[in-house]
Design a protein around this ligand. Structure first.
Ligand SMILES: C[S@@+](CC[C@H](N)C(=O)[O-])C[C@H]1O[C@@H](n2cnc3c(N)ncnc32)[C@H](O)[C@@H]1O
Length: 195
């Protein structure tokens, strides 16, 4: 995890300074007190994290309003620039409206949006993710199921990022149980790497 922190520290400032942040045109992520949705600061951390890790395939659980998807997409673009290859981006949501809306909103930008849960998404993915973002069902059962499905699908070294590891006690407890690294962002981001 120390290496990851060093990579993050080295990349975060550069990414935020040098990446044209498309989300500023799409969403107002500036409010930090916005009741559970990803903040601008967290979006920046997520973008920088993706740029630092340079994953080949990203999977998100909980497309919602597409805010985190914008951040993941920005990170994927930055990573593409740095590596010269295209990062695949997938997201799923069990509710129909968020996935339909995100499919429309991100149409030309490339992510595949699945209506369904993590299992439905993993079934459709030709290559397992090596970076995943969990922001779906925030109950203990929900977060455990998402984690277990991704854990089983990912290779060693795969990184799982949890949202709401500060704001939702069940998520926080789960992240503590698995020994995830808790970042003190507004709603909380936690990192866990598959050994
Ligand atoms: C907090 S919102 C996600 C916010 C989103 N990440 C964003 O930044 O806009 C949670 C979303 O997860 C979806 N959801 C709930 N349970 C789920 C599950 N088991 N699998 C996938 N999505 C789920 C909900 O329909 C909701 O849209």
């Amino acid at each position: 995890m120390g290496d990851l922190y060093r990579q993050l520290a080295a990349t975060i400032g550069r990414t935020i300074r040098e990446t044209p942040l498309a989300w500023h045109g799409k969403f107002d992520l500036r409010l930090d007190d916005n009741g559970g949705v990803i903040t601008e600061c967290e979006a920046s951390v997520l973008t920088a994290l993706v740029a630092a890790v340079q994953p080949v395939v990203i999977a998100e659980v909980g497309s919602g309003n597409g805010r985190s998807l914008v951040a993941l997409l920005e990170g994927a673009r930055a990573s593409d620039q740095l590596t010269g290859r295209v990062t695949e981006l997938w997201s799923c949501d069990t509710a129909t409206q968020p996935s339909v809306d995100c499919r429309k909103m991100f149409r030309e930008l490339g992510p595949t949006i699945v209506t369904g849960d993590v299992d439905a998404m993993l079934e459709q993915m030709p290559t397992p993710p090596n970076l995943a973002f969990i922001d779906g069902n925030h109950t203990t059962v929900g977060v455990t199921q998402d984690f277990q499905a991704l854990h089983a699908a990912m290779d060693s070294g795969g990184l799982i990022v949890f949202h709401d590891s500060r704001s939702v006690p069940e998520v926080q407890q789960f992240c503590r149980t698995i020994g995830a690294l808790l970042l003190p962002t507004c709603q909380g981001l936690a990192l866990w790497r598959k050994p």
